[in-house]
Ligand binder design. Sequence first.
Ligand code: COA
Length: 172
Amino acid sequence: MTVTDGVVSLRPFHREEAPRLAELANNEKIAVNLRDGFPHPYTLADAEKFIEIALSKPDQIFAIEFEGEYVGNIGVHKKSDVYRYGAEIGYFLGEPYWNKGIMQRAVNLVCDYAFRELDIIRIDTGVFEFNPASMSVLEKCGFVKEAVFRKSVVKKGKIWNEVRYARLKEEV
Ligand SMILES: CC(C)(COP(=O)(O)OP(=O)(O)OC[C@H]1O[C@@H](n2cnc3c(N)ncnc32)[C@H](O)[C@@H]1OP(=O)(O)O)[C@@H](O)C(=O)NCCC(=O)NCCS
């Protein structure tokens, strides 16, 4: 599955992109904003394992492409049980590509796709309180700040708040 707005595309990973994924993902400034399941340091083996997972869930995990290059990852993960009409998004972009509006485009693309194809009515995520760039992306994409989960996260050896955002299908 590939979707595009003419500038940014979301598409399946290519196995030969593992070295570039490892290179871009092996960055403390990225890892600090993500859950600890995102390895740091990030090795080629981590990248190869991730790409296999992505290829096994081609409807939920995508490579982000900009000007013909692989630049980052985005996923929209369907929930289960009573939360099954919802999904959680997660994303990162390689540092050379920050602040060009790429992630705003990628988030809009993945939301439009997921509301159309995945039988969900809500997409949410949490942002650590020290990540204003990600909050700005979500707000520009129509996400509403719903809550602050106080002192819910441990990162960098300290306790932090997490800001929860959601976008509803009926609102866009
Ligand atoms: C967060 C991230 C995805 C943003 O991607 P991006 O393509 O640079 O985002 P965009 O260019 O679409 O938008 C970035 C916005 O953040 C703003 N921004 C950037 N740094 C900022 C800062 N330190 N303080 C406040 N705003 C900031 C930019 O000005 C821009 O807003 P604008 O368009 O209104 O000017 C990227 O920095 C990243 O991958 N970070 C590491 C991983 C991560 O944080 N993932 C999300 C976890 S919730």
